[in-house]
Ligand binder design. Structure first.
Ligand code: UDP
Ligand code: MG
Length: 305
């Protein structure tokens, strides 16, 4: 039985020695294991550190990407190269407690194919992160057919049979937590309280979080398009009603020139609405465009195996 642990990391030099230390300690009791760090185009000393760890312990491996491809693509790279019977993915900042690996493995041994985790609401996380995260899950669950529980991040164990399905997915805009729900299989959820970041600051800026949320929604649902149609029809209906009213005023009264404000309001309102809907449609066309180019999800510059 071989266990793989995949850790995407971006500028985490302060965390790498600690997570390597904790993981090797936890994994020592299993017959065979590998740790794969995916260096997502870090500009700090991460790669030098990883090379050093690899020379002293061949079970610590790394894949270094040619630039920053983002957390999801980095994770995909690691999963593509993992050769274990089960594969655990976790963050490099120790927010995902390494001691939980035992629990994940235990459930896997009981026959579950995917053992995922759910972050409990915790005061250690910033108010903004908690609120934005819960709003995001509410929105994605309203808009998408694939339901994703609040607080499920990329800290999970998957069986190699799940991974073989997953490796064949060539989706450009990866949203792995959604895909892992979508594939089905026998799943089990473990709840946990996250630790605070061991060192450094979050690598997810607000802009990155917004992009990630948009990606999640548009990758799993075309409901925004449907809602646009619905809203468009509703507004047209209102406009039709107002049209009849305006006609009546013009025909039966002498107040016809008044009403400039209502005209300008409706022009601006409908103009804004149309722009928004074009944006939504554009988002999907953009996805088609990127996918049609068929570029790889990541490019490897150097790897240890
Ligand atoms: N990460 C990455 N590429 C990126 C951004 C983040 O590989 O472009 C990694 C990061 O090093 C960490 C994990 O993804 O191991 C989660 O990121 P972070 O802890 O910064 O996010 P947060 O916990 O604040 O949501
Ligand atoms: Mg983190």
């Amino acid at each position: 039985m071989k266990i793989s642990v995949v850790v995407p990391s971006f500028n985490e030099e302060g965390n790498i020695p600690e997570i390597v230390n904790q993981l090797t300690l936890r994994l020592a009791k299993y017959d065979s294991y590998e740790i794969i760090f995916v260096d997502d185009g870090s500009s700090d000393q991460s790669l030098t550190l990883l090379e050093k760890f690899h020379t002293s312990d061949r079970r610590v491996n790394y894949i270094s990407l040619s630039r920053n491809f983002g957390h999801q693509n980095a994770l995909k790279a690691g999963l593509d190269f993992a050769s274990g019977d089960c594969i655990v993915s976790m963050d490099a900042d120790l927010q995902h407690p390494p001691e939980m690996i035992d629990q994940l493995i235990e459930k896997w041994l009981q026959g579950y194919d995917i053992v995922y985790t759910k972050r409990m609401v915790d005061k250690k996380l910033s108010f903004f992160k908690r609120k934005s995260s819960s709003l995001f899950y509410k929105l994605i669950n309203f808009l998408s057919d694939t339901k994703i529980e609040d607080g499920t991040a990329d800290f999970r164990l998957v069986d190699k049979s799940v991974l073989s399905v997953f490796s064949n997915m060539k989706e450009n805009d990866l949203f792995i937590r959604g895909l892992m729900k979508w594939v089905g299989f026998k799943q089990f959820c473990i709840e946990y309280y996250p630790n605070t970041r061991f060192s450094g600051t979050s690598k997810y800026s607000v802009a990155k979080m917004f992009k990630f949320a948009l990606k999640g929604i548009t990758s799993f649902s075309v409901k925004p398009l449907y809602l646009s149609t619905l809203l468009g029809s509703f507004i047209s209906l209102l406009a039709f009603g107002y049209g009849i009213y305006a006609l009546c005023i013009g025909l039966f009264t002498d107040r016809a020139v008044s009403g400039w404000s209502s005209v300008i309001i409706s022009v601006l309102f409908i103009g804004g609405l149309q722009l928004m809907m074009m944006g939504i449609i554009g988002e999907y066309i953009g996805k088609l465009f990127m996918q049609a180019k068929g570029r790889p999800q990541y490019i490897i510059r150097k790897k240890s195996f």
